[in-house]
Ligand binder design. Sequence first.
Ligand SMILES: *Cc1c(COP(=O)(O)O)cnc(C)c1O
Length: 464
Amino acid sequence: MRYISTRGDAPVLNFADVLLAGLASDGGLYVPEELPKFSKEEIASWAGLSYADLAFKVIKPFVDDCIEDADLKSMIDDSYAVFEHDAVAPLVQIDSNEFVLELFHGPTLAFKDFALQLLGRLMDHVLKQRGERLVIMGATSGDTGSAAIEGCRHSDHLDIFILHPYNRVSEVQRRQMTTVLADNVFNIALEGNFDDCQEMVKDSFADQGFLGGMRLGAVNSINWARIMSQIVYYFSAALTLGGPHRPVSFSVPTGNFGDIFAGYLAKQMGLPIDQLIVATNRNDILHRVISGNDMSKGTLEPSLSPSMDIMVSSNFERLLFDVYGRDGAAVADLMARFKKESVSLGDGEWHKVRELFASYAVDDETTCEVITEVHKATEYLLDPHTAIGVKAARECRRSASVPMVTLATAHPVKFPDPVVKAGLESPQLPAHMTDLFEREERLQVLDNELKVVQRYVAEHCHRS
Ligand SMILES: *Cc1c(COP(=O)(O)O)cnc(C)c1O
């Protein structure tokens, strides 16, 4: 499988290179040159496979001959063996023909574990093959950092440095990062806010000289392997609900457009999906593009669903590449203009987007109402991100006879505020995490100064 950039002006890479690359050199994102396609018969033959066996079928064509089958299989097996539920991604029914797909049974209780458990293992494997080491740097406001740390803690060939804003992430989220005591894991609490953390990482990537020859790698949501891993659970849910012989619809709580883009790919690969619904909070750039062809940044407003608080959805560029007929120059031009001003898509392109996606934006008040409503009807507790997905599903649903699946992206215990606000009892940590508040923590508080951070990274990373 060969990978090309959405801006059409970067080297064509194979899977292993894309895995370690991050952004393409022309500023674009890597996508497969051609998607694998599966026939209905082939998809139907996967009914009854375990999650890991299904994942192998879906992922194999993307990896191609970069990794031996047996190695890929065992990395996939190991990644999903750490999930606490035997089904890995179980479906729960919350109303007539309406379901949530629980994607929070991994080590950090949010769906990002699906991608990052595998990503850490894949990176380690490729680095070992090449006899190289890598330094990962990332900024987090919560979920991504802990999932990345859990994914990389067992890797022998990389060190991971995660920056979070000092005293500005929740205690559960902080402890999920700082109680991992592996000697390749470094938590930096920066005296600043999340933007300062991101800036620090960006500036470090722009000038890697401080590492004295070592390479920096990224695990943020533009990494292709993360999207790839997320395609699997769309197949898994559809097969459970009678697919591919009947279509299924999905509603996806969306921030950076990574998760829902994986659903779009599943559909392009042959899975019968009826509706794909983009659910946003009040940071609704995606809803504004899809409903009114208004692609403008707006201002960032903190919400009760912080993992969807974004101004720009980086993975949307991957969709634009397709709707612009894979014309990299057109995408490059649009993104260059978007950097400076508000833009609209061409009429034809916008109509294509609208045929592919429905969308809905949900405010904080409604989020709390949905949590209360669903709890009252079923005693099922939704996290705020998932509640937004359920609301959007109910508003946008076209046909009651097509099963509607909302992706449950986080366990409610990670975001207890709206649950308590809704007047419900605070959710409990799952059994394997009840001692989280007693575990030893390790973190380094650092000044908000590039030189200080870079010196810390350079002094602590392991060199080959
Ligand atoms: C990251 C995250 C999202 C948004 O996912 P994207 O792939 O960025 O659209 C939604 N919910 C939760 C809980 C998350 O952690």
